[in-house]
Ligand binder design. Structure first.
Ligand SMILES: [Zn+2]
Length: 87
């Protein structure tokens, strides 16, 4: 297995599936993380509140791919995957 380095942080099992309990910060209007990241912005993104949802809830909504909720994505966006978000 090739180890993938994320800066100074070593991630154990970076490719494991999400358990469903992970928290994800999403746009409060369209409930998509990609919108908050600025990758696919919705019409109401300007001034929209942010919401913290669990992966389980996001799976039920089924509005975007799980790739946007992974630890790898958290590190790409926030620099770490502790999901505290400091809101
Ligand atoms: Zn949005």
């Amino acid at each position: 297995m090739n180890a993938v380095a994320f800066g100074a942080t070593s991630i154990k099992g970076a490719t494991v599936a999400l358990s469903g309990k992970e928290k994800v910060l999403v746009c409060g209007k369209c409930l998509r993380a990609a919108c908050w990241y600025g990758e696919f912005m919705c019409d109401d993104a300007q001034g929209a509140d942010l919401k913290i949802l669990q992966v389980n809830d996001l799976r039920k909504l089924n509005r975007e791919h799980e790739d946007f909720w992974t630890d790898e994505k958290m590190i790409e966006i926030y620099g770490d995957a502790d999901r505290t978000f400091n809101t």
